[in-house]
Design a protein around this ligand. Sequence first.
Ligand code: ADP
Ligand code: ZN
Length: 736
Amino acid sequence: MENPPNESESTFREGELVSVLTTAPLDGCLDYRAPSGEIELGQFVEVPLGPRKVKGVVWGVGEGTIDSKKLKSVAGKLDIPPMRREMREFLERASAYTVTPLPAMLRLATRVSDLGSPQSTVIAYKLDGLPPARMTPARIRVIDTLRKNKDKKFSIGELAKRAGVSASVIKALQQAGTLRRIETPRETDFPELAPDFQRIELNEAQAAAAAALRAGVGAGRFSATLLKGVTGSGKTEVYLEAVAEAIRRGRQSLVLLPEIALTSEFLKRVAAKFGALPGEWHSQVTQAERRRVWRKAAEGSVQLVVGARSALYLPFRDLGLIVIDEEHDISYKQDDGILYNARDMAVLRASIAGAKIVLASATPSLETWANAGSGKYRRLDLPARFRGAALPEMNAVDMRQENLESGRWISGPLAIEMRSRLAIGEQSLLFLNRRGYAPVTVCRACGHQIGCKNCDARMVEHRFRNQLMCHQCGASTSIPSKCPSCEREGKLTPVGPGVERLTEEVKHLFPEARIAELSSDSASSALAFRELLDSISAGEADIVIGTQMAAKGHNFPMLTLVGVIDADLGLNGSDLRAAERTFQLMHQVAGRAGRTGLRGLALLQTWQPDHPVMQAILSGDDEGFWRVEAAEREVAGVPPFGRFAGIVVSGTNEARVRELARDLVGNSQILSRIGAEVYGPAPAPIARIRGRVRFRILVKAAKTAPLQAALVRWQCQFKIPSGIRMSIDIDPFRFY
Ligand code: ADP
Ligand code: ZN
């Protein structure tokens, strides 16, 4: 692998003052004396902090703010490559952009256990001898888990968790000689990826797009490209060509996917194309594997990492390409803890690393669409589905004409289409973005609606689990038999549909059909979810009923009908992105139909067939939709043409929360001075979550205004009482 351009970094000699950024929750860096021997800028170290030792990075020359008598020395160096200047710059700029303390950014960038402890071995369990004489379901699960993950190293705890068994089952299998306990090196090298392993013939549009991306990678400097094409148009094939080019040039690539459940399918595809598996990084990857990927990224020896948004903070030695697949997906926006949008941070990282970034989508975010329109990004279009597979036909079902009896959600036209699919062995998908059985439980006697006791939210019935659940805080109770308000028996009634209730209706209408439910409640783990997806792909279900978990890039070859139960859901929110999101979701869901040659049909049940968003979806005039949406936002000066910051002040004491929120708004001259407008405070639309009262303030500024710096100075003017939290969300996606 070629060396990246030399960084002429400074080094410090023993006793010199260095400033160290630690992972401790402080505001900034601390001064220490350099230890014996030389120490480099970016070196990972351990430093004493009070009675403890904490990890940190040498960030610069010490500032001399600590009394020299109290000054301590760096305790030791960690055996990992120093953090490169480029990474340090990335963390600093990401911290400034998101108004997040730098130590919190460092924690994001070092999320591995025993970082820097010497290379060692791990104990793993492998299949060895024959199956045991006595088989139990638990034993079968253990053996299956190992069979399916031949190249993984599971500790006993991880294996037990994956297989859903207790550790004693594994020990017994070891004693029976079925499993072997082995010691293996912790971090083996990744196998080489061969860029020309599989040669496929690209169609004309693909070839042109691939050539443009290859040239971009070859240029060796930052550029951004929107790769737009409907689902199935062959975008993945095209951006994998860019990955191949980066491999040829000895630079590393990162592909971000919006959904962990999509990774295993994607990894198979990479293995088919490059002859070996890349690095994998997300929350379900084992600790040992995370450590390996982190280290190999830093050493420059993993050529490709496929992962979730946090993979963006891996210490790549020479990052040449980032791909954001389904770049519009809202899961790229992390909205608890550190609030950041991985898509935007990826653009920042690419610009600092001198890398190419590819944003792939059928329905780009308005931000990206506008950037491509203004020439800031390049734009490449893949016009048709690969091999000319037709896009699904989209029709509205006007629910005003349907007169469905109460408790029924499937319209006549949709039921007819489902029946005909069932007759010829094709699959149907019913889409409803609501988990559980019913969103509301009402008392027919007094009208009381059952709410969560911690949150300003209604409890959602989950009949399958026989519980009421709060989707805000996760609280659950059993379903009461009498109304908590008027105490009358047997009067509580579910109102409105959730996927579980829809399943009930489908069973009633099509008793002979095989039904699969796809929601975040229908599988206990990512692996179980994957298996469910595979069984649907293999044709083991006739009718799939799903929430947005069903909308993402899964490939169901036999699916030719999509019915959207409530296409208006989400259309009427006050949310800035309501129209955009409905548009994207409908597109995406409809794109599930007819991916392989069979002609697909999407039926959108709507009460507002004349709504402009519905019209744009039905007519297929994508560009028209974006133009109208962009024009409206430009006039209003809202994102992407202006900038928002969402501020939430929360705490258990309502009076004090309100007081601070008022104080913040009342003393916001620093913000007015940069031309920002401040709205609020208002009780948040969900005014209470987990027992904490919430007030919202919205700050709107021009794109060019120095918003973040002003926010920091504004925030510093106030003393935030203990027990009260203030969070600042730059470019918020949530407005509740
Ligand atoms: P997208 O990423 O736009 O959804 P994909 O790249 O996944 O599209 O392509 C859709 C399907 O068509 C996949 O099964 C893929 O393997 C296949 N495909 C795409 N391009 C080609 C090609 N040039 N030759 C053969 N198969 C292709
Ligand atoms: Zn709650």
